[in-house]
Design a binder for this molecule. Structure first.
Ligand code: SF4
Length: 329
């Protein structure tokens, strides 16, 4: 019998570091020492601008770092098991059955030559032992769960016959097929119109509440995290620079970069474009190589910031920030 407790993390990252080799130089580390654990039924939002490492984080957890990148250090545990010790077949079983990922471009996930029913059925056949009638019944049930209208007809549709919002729901149905215990949503709601986005978010929430699924919700839309996530983590230059419970984070953000993101989102179009990755809006400078990676862009930077790399420190219970001079209210 397992001695694991109900609140043991479903997924835990310890010191996760991903590096890409660079000819004649030090490898480029795109994720640096990420520590993060999700409890069952917890939703953690990850926000950060383009290039901060959000998608790499998703790929690293799935152990799908594109070559020649590699996980240079750290450990990823699922249900207490070190994923680094699993062979290819065990990893494939885990992905799709226990861990699923939903990405922003659903059409790239769907095979244009297979119907919706065939694609859901493939997953069910691969991971669960179900006969043909059971696969069809389960597929229809999944399509209903993700609010696909007229599922008996859509089950025979090809991806090109679906709208973007419907294709995203089919991808969700495939992701949910085996009732995974952990889902990564990598910007999955961007590009959807507001109504469909709200429906997709509602579906995810339902899954979390009803099945205790844990969700890593990666997004550039900090506004969504304000009412959707239990905790919010801010990623900058491959590091978590702030993480805390949602209320604490929004009521009392500590890191100057987090404050910039919030200000940008809330009120200023120029800052908002900057936050969304439009470098013509003044964000062109890269991170500093020593000291605090945010020093070149930080209005609070002092000499110490340029020479000493800040550590992630607890500012309030469960609320951590990586800053020598955190913002005090
Ligand atoms: S450590 Fe210094 S440069 Fe970095 S965010 Fe804090 S105040 Fe700004």
């Amino acid at each position: 019998m397992s001695d694991r407790q109900p609140q043991d993390p479903v997924i835990a990252l310890e010191g996760l570091t991903v590096a890409f080799p660079r000819y004649g130089g030090e490898p480029v580390r795109v994720l640096k020492g990420i520590d993060l654990a999700l409890a069952p039924g917890e939703v953690v939002g990850v926000v950060g601008e383009s290039g901060s490492g959000k998608t790499m984080l998703a790929r690293a957890i799935m152990r799908l770092v594109p070559r020649p990148g590699r996980i240079e250090a750290g450990r990823i545990s699922f249900d207490g098991r070190d994923m680094g010790q699993l062979d290819g077949e065990a990893l494939r079983r885990l992905r799709g059955r226990d861990i699923a990922m939903i990405i922003a471009n659903p059409r790239s996930e769907l095979d244009p030559l297979e119907t919706v029913g065939q694609q859901i059925g493939n997953v069910l056949r691969h991971h669960l032992t179900l006969d043909k009638p059971a696969i069809r019944a389960r597929s229809l049930e999944l399509l209903r769960q993700v609010s696909i209208p007229d599922p008996e007809r859509r089950i025979n549709a090809y991806p090109h016959e679906l709208s973007g919002g419907m294709a995203q729901r089919v991808v969700m149905a495939i992701a949910l097929a085996c009732q995974p215990r952990f889902i990564i949503s990598d910007d999955a709601t961007s590009g959807l119109d507001v109504t469909v986005q709200a429906q997709v978010l509602e579906l995810m929430r339902k899954l979390v509440v009803e099945r205790g699924t844990s969700l890593l919700f990666i997004t550039r839309d900090i506004g969504i995290t304000a009412h959707f996530c239990d905790r919010v983590a801010v990623l900058f230059a491959g590091e978590i620079v702030e993480i805390g419970p949602r209320h604490a984070f929004f009521a009392d953000p500590k890191h100057p970069y987090a404050i910039l993101l919030l200000a940008a989102y809330a009120q200023n179009e120029r800052l908002r474009r900057y936050w969304l990755g439009d470098t013509t809006a003044g964000a062109a400078e890269g991170p500093a190589t020593t000291g605090c990676p945010f020093a070149r862009r930080c209005v609070r930077a002092q000499d110490r910031c340029r020479t000493e790399h800040p550590r992630l420190e607890e500012m309030a219970p469960g609320h951590f920030a990586r800053c020598h001079f955190p913002v005090e209210r």
